[in-house]
Design a protein around this ligand. Structure first.
Ligand code: 5RP
Length: 260
């Protein structure tokens, strides 16, 4: 588990992995000249902080909150903890072991989804979003539990920095969680759909499964792509959140936030 976590951290931070998806998608990137180029790391950090801060406004005192995974959510958890005495949360339902540990370290109780009558609000980040609030998620390998919480919640607010807002999804390689014994079969099927799956070696999800990162997809019909990959036997979850998009997208940038 420790080596999985280390591999995951390095995937999230490793420019080579991100570069891979850029390299693989060089021509679509050229086509999308109307999109803003990726902002600097400092801008991205400021954007994440601002989006996280803006999301706090939607958290109701005394509620149970769904909490996602990733660095933007980590910024949110920190700000949530700073408001603990005002908010008096009954607890959080977490989308990953990493967020569970972080929530607990901040003194926030973590509840089992099965023990919760209703989940009013779920807050999570994303790897990519379009203006229809459809998302690519799973860069942190937590996509299955994230999708469960998004489905269960009455309202899903997604918080991102502006570098993640795109016209067409697919610049970020699409994560797919698969049952380990089906990895090769699923990869073959995805190749037939026009994608280039790459096994995220060394990463095991919280559910004990593997991740394929699918490069080379230009996702212009996100609901259809989600359905096509979902129905491959052996797929646990595809990291496309199109059938259930976010209800509100908060996009942080260095000057403030936009709400979509
Ligand atoms: C984890 C996710 C995250 O929401 C996504 O990777 C964004 O992470 P970050 O806020 O660190 O950029 O889907 O599975």
């Amino acid at each position: 588990m420790t080596s999985s976590l280390a591999a995951l951290q390095s995937f999230k931070q490793c420019p080579h992995q991100r570069a891979l998806s850029f390299q693989a998608l060089l021509s679509p990137w050229k086509v999308r000249m109307n999109e803003s180029p990726p902002s600097s790391n400092d801008d991205a950090q400021a954007g994440k902080q601002r989006a996280a801060q803006a999301a706090l406004e939607y958290v109701q005192a005394g509620s149970i909150l769904g909490v996602g995974t990733g660095s933007t959510v980590n910024a949110f958890i920190e700000q949530l903890a700073a408001q603990a005495s005002r908010l008096r949360l009954r607890g959080a339902v977490s989308s990953s072991e990493a967020s569970t540990a972080r929530l607990r370290s901040q003194g926030i109780a973590v509840l089992d989804l099965n023990a919760v009558d209703a989940l009013g609000l779920y807050i999570d980040g994303a790897d990519e979003a379009n203006r229809a609030r459809q998302l690519i998620k799973g860069g942190g390998a937590a996509l299955t539990r994230e999708k469960i919480l998004a489905a269960a919640a009455e309202r899903f607010i997604c918080i991102i920095d502006e570098s993640k807002l795109v016209t067409t999804l697919g610049r970020f390689a699409l994560p797919v969680e698969v049952i380990p014994m089906a990895r090769r079969y699923v990869a073959d099927r995805i190749t037939r759909l026009g994608g280039r799956p790459v096994w995220r070696e060394g990463v095991v999800t919280d559910n004990g499964n593997d991740i394929l990162d699918v490069h080379g997809l230009t996702i212009s019909a996100a609901i259809a792509t989600e359905a096509a990959i979902d129905q491959i036997t052996g797929v646990v979850t595809v990291g496309l959140f199109a059938r259930r998009p976010a209800d509100l997208l908060i996009v942080g940038h260095s000057r403030g936030v936009d709400r979509i």
